[in-house]
Design a protein around this ligand. Structure first.
Ligand code: ASP
Length: 343
């Protein structure tokens, strides 16, 4: 009997994991990742066949753009039938945005797409890259009854696999750089790989993968702070072509009760701009109407972001606007969980 190895496609987009330090300037720069992989003999011990692909010009994730998300989604589409799973190596800075965006772009995903990266380059003596890379590949190859164990976009970092669109980067220097405060992690790596099946995206009737390719960037995020001037809100809402705004509010979705402030929001909604109420707290949910400071927002039909992250909210907006969801349905669709991004 011949053992069929699972096939994994490793896509390197850039980020610290594949960077090397420039001796003269001391600055971290992207390097030839395929070359770097040759120095990780551990990869050859894995029971899967790994092919690699890299972006022509690997980038620091601060340079990620929606067109890059579409590029990653298109690579996955092109190779979907030839591989059992995909591991996307990505800078950690905007990894949660990419993970969220991919979850929306890849409709009916039935295979694992695992994003990972590292805080230290793979060549560094104390690197966290090897564990992140090796375990991500193992998770992408996991099969139960010869079917993929994970069938969603996940983010693996420092011993935990999270649902990608639930994550936020919370630390710029700890190896534990990500958190998913409103949803439990899906897999934990210790001596064994513990899979928490009850939290995984459930197996549904297999439908054909649909890869969306339009993201509309006419969106903005505004974080409230005590003393925010009307001029700030007004200027944002007057941006030419603006279609939607993620308003990061306080606590459970609260905002100033100042009439002029509320009138500006109301006028924008009347003019067809979608306003999403997302809490600036890292965990917990928006509950409009719980306090007096959110009842006016509820009344004027501000969209309830519930417990969505800002990263998932902004990418969901780009995706929904790109998919031309009608103005009539927009609120209902946004308030519905499409890929497990909200409760
Ligand atoms: N600046 C890097 C990036 O996001 C940081 C990292 O890779 O962790 O590309």
């Amino acid at each position: 009997m011949t053992l069929v190895k699972t096939k994994i496609l490793l896509i390197y987009t850039g980020g610290t994991i594949g960077m090397v330090k420039d001796y003269d300037s001391g600055v971290l720069k992207a390097f030839d990742f395929t070359e770097l992989l040759k120095s990780i003999p551990e990869l050859y011990q894995l029971e899967c066949a790994i092919d690699t692909m890299t972006f022509d010009t690997p980038i620091d994730s601060s340079d990620m753009h929606p067109r890059d998300w579409v590029k990653i989604a298109s690579i996955i589409e092109e190779h979907y039938d030839s591989y059992d799973g995909f591991v996307v190596l990505h800078g950690s800075d905007t990894m949660s945005y990419t993970a969220s965006a991919l979850s929306f772009l890849l409709e009916n995903l039935d295979k694992p797409v695992i994003l990972t990266g590292s805080q230290l380059p793979i060549g560094d003596l104390r690197t966290d890259a090897k564990e992140n890379l090796i375990t991500s590949i193992q998770i992408a190859s996991l099969r139960v009854n010869s079917k993929p164990a994970v069938r969603e976009v996940g983010l693996y970092f420092e011993y935990k696999l999270y649902r990608g669109n639930r994550t936020t980067k919370i630390n710029a220097e700890h190896f534990q750089a990500f958190a998913s405060l409103n949803y439990p992690h899906l897999v934990e790596s210790g001596v064994y790989l513990n899979i928490y099946e009850e939290y995984l995206w459930p197996k549904k009737r297999v439908k054909k993968l649909i890869v969306h390719k339009q993201m509309d960037e006419n969106v903005a995020i505004l974080k409230l702070f005590p003393g925010i001037s009307l001029k700030v809100l007004e200027s944002v809402l007057c941006i030419k072509g603006l279609k939607a705004l993620v308003l990061e509010t306080y606590g459970s979705g609260n905002a100033p009760t100042d009439k002029k402030f509320l009138n500006l929001l109301k006028k924008a909604i009347d003019n067809g701009i979608h306003i999403i109420n997302v809490t600036q707290c890292s965990g917990g949910s928006v509950i409009m109407g719980q306090y007096e400071t959110s009842t006016a927002l509820k009344k004027m039909q501000v969209i309830n972001g519930k417990d969505i992250t800002t990263e998932a909210a902004i990418t969901k907006l780009m995706y929904m606007l790109g998919s031309e969801v009608s103005a009539k349905l927009f609120k209902t669709v946004f308030e519905t969980s499409l890929r497990g991004e909200m409760n």
